[in-house]
Ligand binder design. Structure first.
Ligand code: ATP
Ligand code: MG
Length: 607
């Protein structure tokens, strides 16, 4: 900033037109909180979660104190403007004054990742542009001056009556000119900006740095275009996922959500609102697998042998499926058709084919496939899927239960795959994910019933090319990410290693909820997937506290930093960190506990 502009800046008449941004009580349209951010029922919103009053009385409108004199004075001036952001000369003396302000939003003004507002338009036709500070550096030319890069987030008009920002929207149509003044954004401004625009939403936390502005997620765009929940271990991802899903379930008791839970954490959280499945009751029929999934389970060979084994399996599997009378009704079937067959039939067919003189191979591949099938049939760990009881045509029942059709007030299925033998976990997840997708495809003639598939530890199932193992689960989840939206299948990916996710999957996620990420590579990946305007927020990712996140994309109007609500202990996943210091001071019952563990271990059963 030149000395002249600095003088102009300092001696500027600050009375116009900001003084019209006077205090006006504003309805918090996400409106489920009292003023101090507490709720009536232990963290649960008082109002219905979809933003409608739900027949109850409106809560008292939150009142913001009138803006302090400090908030009405500029803190800087625009020196440079480009398409998506600008350079602002900040007055560090003013920032210091603001930092003592009672309003935490004003107190944060000008700091990295804070929001400031810029004057656009003329005095008569004035408006505000909201920007987020990406970085700050010392401006050597001016004493107590700093230059800050600002990303433009959106703009609003100034209500001539009240001075409030109205009709706030994402994107920029009117740019500020160099010399335009920058002001601190107040909590009242943010309340207007983050107010729901009336679309269905769920509120999940509080907007940083305010004490009481509710942060909401628009449910339709959040689910319609997939979402990803990212964060290093222990930052609170699982609890945040439970919180978001609880709020969605409360809003949509007749929803259809399938949650793949690799660590058995979520059962504790959804005892009331969820249908719980694990190896003891999943009863997933093996014949629902398509040919590719059969190969993953039944073939052990690699290289050229694998192709030979696969050809044999394809032929024999089709013959086994054709033996079912359902095959006659259906007409032409393939080895992928979900027609029940008996494992014993498949073994007999393999045996018969092996005995044929014109089989074209030695008996070895037949033996290999057959002995693997027999091994699996005899293994108690595989009973949840390969039990002889599962041969009946239970497909409609199974899908109905799994996809909550009807939901009967329990809109979420929790599928705990922690007891599934690790060598087939990926295939089980592939079958479940593919069933969701295939169901959506084959039910297109029916009334639309969108399904949300949530996948914890997603990097295990859709790994990047570096770690790719060509598994069917990676292919089906990538396909859902690319095409699911058209068929009403939504994907929610939760991972602590975004850099290990397959290329492109993250960019298919319309909404990104990023908690703290410690690793540099992970941060870069998230940065690449986040929209341009969110860059200022992104730099805060390594500095987030536990339970805090940056949300950007379709599910929110503009990027926000949110502190998640405290979730009731009864609704949290069973992922609490053990307290070594306490547990290591207690003793008693160790011998019995070890004996029981050995018993379960030997029986290969966790019950
Ligand atoms: N919103 C919240 N309300 C209450 N407790 C929370 C909240 N968020 C996190 N916690 C607590 O923080 C701890 C870690 O949370 P959580 O298990 O969700 O982390 P995580 O990111 O899923 O970890 P990991 O990557 O290891 O699975 C838990 O003890 C949990 O109870
Ligand atoms: Mg977790």
């Amino acid at each position: 900033m030149s000395e002249t502009s600095r003088q102009v800046f300092i001696s500027m008449d600050l009375a116009q037109p900001v003084d019209r941004i006077s205090h006006v009580p504003v309805q918090d349209a996400w409106g489920d909180l009292s003023v101090d951010g507490t709720t009536a029922e232990g963290g649960h919103p008082v109002r219905s979660l979809n933003g409608h009053p739900g027949g109850r009385e409106q809560p008292e409108v939150p009142r913001d104190p009138p803006p302090s004199a400090c908030a009405l004075q500029p803190i800087g001036m625009v020196v440079d403007v480009s398409g998506s952001g600008g350079l602002i000369a900040l007055d560090l003396h003013r920032l210091e004054e603001c930092s003592a302000d009672e309003d935490p939003t004003v107190a944060m003004s000008g700091q990295v990742s804070s929001q400031i507002k810029l004057r656009v338009g003329t005095d008569r036709d004035g408006g505000w542009l909201l920007g987020s500070v990406r970085n700050q550096r010392r401006d050597g030319k001016v004493e107590a001056g700093a230059l800050a890069q600002v990303d433009f987030l959106g703009e609003g008009e100034e209500d001539p009556e009240t001075g409030r920002i109205t009709r706030f929207r994402r994107g920029v149509t009117r740019y500020p000119v160099p010399g335009a003044l920058a002001y601190p954004a107040t909590s009242a401004d943010l309340r207007q900006i983050y107010a729901s625009d009336g679309r269905n939403n769920v509120t999940v936390g509080t907007v940083f740095p305010t004490r009481d502005i509710r942060a909401g997620l628009y449910v339709d765009p959040l689910l319609g275009k997939h979402f990803a929940l990212l964060g290093s271990t222990g930052t609170g991802k699982s609890t945040a996922a439970a919180l978001i899903l609880h709020r969605i379930c409360d809003m949509a008791p007749e929803g259809h959500i399938v949650m793949i839970d690799p660590h058995g954490e979520y059962m504790a959280a959804f005892r009331e609102s969820g249908q719980l499945f694990d190896v003891s009751n999943l009863q997933m029929p093996y014949w629902l697998m398509n040919f590719e999934e059969h190969c993953e389970v039944f073939l052990t060979s690699t290289g050229a042998d694998r192709q030979i084994d696969a050809d044999i399996l394809a032929k024999c599997l089709l013959m086994a499926r054709q033996k079912n009378r359902l095959a006659e009704q259906v007409g032409r079937i393939t080895q992928d058709s979900p027609i029940p067959y008996l494992l014993s039939d498949l073994c007999i067919i393999l045996q018969n084919e092996m005995g044929k003189l014109d089989k074209g191979h030695t008996s070895v591949p037949y033996m290999r496939v057959k002995s693997k099938i027999e091994e699996i049939r005899a293994d108690p760990r595989y009973q949840f899927m390969f039990s002889g009881m599962l041969v009946g045509d239970t497909m409609a029942d199974f899908l109905g239960q799994l996809f909550r059709l009807p939901a009967h007030g329990k809109p979420i299925s929790i599928i705990d795959v922690s007891g599934v033998p690790s060598e087939i976990t990926a295939t089980v997840v592939a079958v479940l994910s593919r069933l969701v997708f295939d169901y959506a495809i084959w039910s297109r003639q029916e009334a639309t019933r969108p399904i949300l598939l949530v996948c914890e530890e997603a990097h295990r199932y859709v790994p990047s090319e570096r770690n790719a193992n060509g598994s069917s689960v990676g292919r089906i989840l990538s396909r859902i990410a690319k095409e699911g939206r058209k068929y009403g299948v939504s994907l929610g990916l939760i991972t602590q290693r975004p850099s290990d996710l397959a290329e492109g999957v993250l960019s298919q996620c319309g909404t990104i909820i990023a908690m703290r990420l410690n690793n540099d590579r992970d941060q870069q990946f998230v940065r690449a997937a986040m929209p341009e305007g969110a860059r200022g927020f992104l730099d805060a990712i390594p500095a987030l506290r536990n339970r805090e996140c940056i949300i950007c994309g379709e599910g929110v109007t503009i990027p926000i930093r949110v502190a998640f609500d405290d979730l009731d202990a009864a609704r949290r996943p069973a992922s609490a960190d053990p307290s070594f210091s306490q547990l290591w001071t207690r003793s008693g019952g160790e011998a019995e506990s070890v004996a029981r563990t050995v018993q379960r271990w030997r029986a290969q059963s966790r019950f």
